[in-house]
Design a binder for this molecule. Sequence first.
Ligand code: S3P
Length: 168
Amino acid sequence: MNSNKNLVFLGMMGSGKSSIGAMVSKQLNIPFIDIDNLIEEHAGMTISEIFKVNGEAYFRNLEEKITIKSLKHKKVVVSLGGGSFINDKIRKDILKNHFSFWLDWDDLVLIKRIKGSKKRPLASNSTDLEIKAIINKRKKVYSKANFKINCNKLTKSEIVKTIIKTYG
Ligand code: S3P
């Protein structure tokens, strides 16, 4: 990578931001930061526990602080949580200073992956329609990313190859 910009992965819960981000980081030999992991380390609780004990607003506040701080690193791969890019301050920082990749999947694939997921408070008790409503609302924002990767027909390693090729 010739630039000091970070590579930022975004998209819905279940889109593979963490696993793809880790693979890209390994292949390019640059450090990896997983925002959800950092939030859990900082709070000493899982994300579900944070939502339960402190509520979503507290989580979003922590998410903003930790993401903005993480983005100050140079030349790292950052995997966001599904809601981070929806935050105006985070999104503006990313769009101004970094390369962003939206990992896009068919709605049905995402719904199947995340429905009932205990580690995802926004999806654990939601119906298909409720998850679809979140997807529809967020797609408009995710689409502002620099690159959209259509992941549907690709294996994980093909997704990584596409990202590295797209990035150049
Ligand atoms: C969230 C996504 C989760 C996590 C939290 C909220 C969201 O991350 O940050 O549960 O609002 O979409 P993943 O996208 O890694 O599941």
